[in-house]
Design a protein around this ligand. Structure first.
Ligand SMILES: *[C@@H]1O[C@H](CO)[C@@H](O)[C@H](O)[C@H]1NC(C)=O
Length: 184
């Protein structure tokens, strides 16, 4: 090959590379990340509503998005747990022993979910994605257990608010699970 042809070939391969580069390196933003989740609207809302989520840069990488949503969901879970304790278990409305027991189990499960979330966060920081997925799945299961306990006494619940919060927490956790799955 003569030097000019060589240069043309070089330039050509450079352009071919450039045209592939953006698609390979496309920076997933929150919307793109949330599109991969089961509860898309809730996913986007959870970032917008949260103080830490609102300041996430548009071009944040998936692992940053995942670590932020874990923090958001940890805060959410601790609010859910606090509400279960203060407004229900220690609340003004008398509960039947059966309903009280269900709420008690439910709260234990939410506390366990928070511990699993913490483990998932640690696993994420050490890039142990296998452990991360495992802990996220466990957190979802804990929250499902809580939901199932309340479902058994749904008609007797003094207020549906905490029940709805538990379901929302489960949906948020399922979203985190989906986001974590997208990270290699
Ligand atoms: C949990 O997060 C969702 C989504 O951001 C929000 O709508 C809900 O109010 C939160 N629940 C609590 C108890 O903070």
């Amino acid at each position: 090959m003569n030097p000019i042809a060589n240069n043309v070939a070089l330039a050509l391969s450079f352009f071919i590379c450039l045209s592939f580069f953006p698609s390979l390196n496309a920076v997933p933003d929150i919307t793109k990340t949330c599109e991969q989740t089961k509860h898309k609207e809730l996913c986007i809302a959870s970032f917008k509503e949260s103080y830490i989520g609102r300041y996430l840069p548009d071009n944040a990488q998936p692992d940053l998005i995942a670590s932020i949503i874990i923090k958001i969901v940890v805060n959410n879970a601790s609010d859910v747990s606090r509400n279960l304790k203060t407004t229900v278990l220690e609340g003004p409305v008398p509960l039947t022993p059966e309903v009280r027991a269900k709420y008690g189990i439910c709260d234990h499960e939410v506390v366990s979910a928070m511990k699993e979330l913490d483990k998932a966060r640690t696993a994420m920081e050490s890039r142990n994605h296998k452990a991360e997925k495992f802990n996220m799945k466990a957190a979802v299961t804990n929250t499902e257990n809580c939901e199932n306990e309340l479902k058994q006494v749904e008609a007797q619940l003094p207020d549906k608010k905490q029940f709805d919060e538990v379901i929302m927490l489960k949906n948020l956790l399922e979203n985190v699970e989906d986001i974590v799955k997208t990270i290699k």
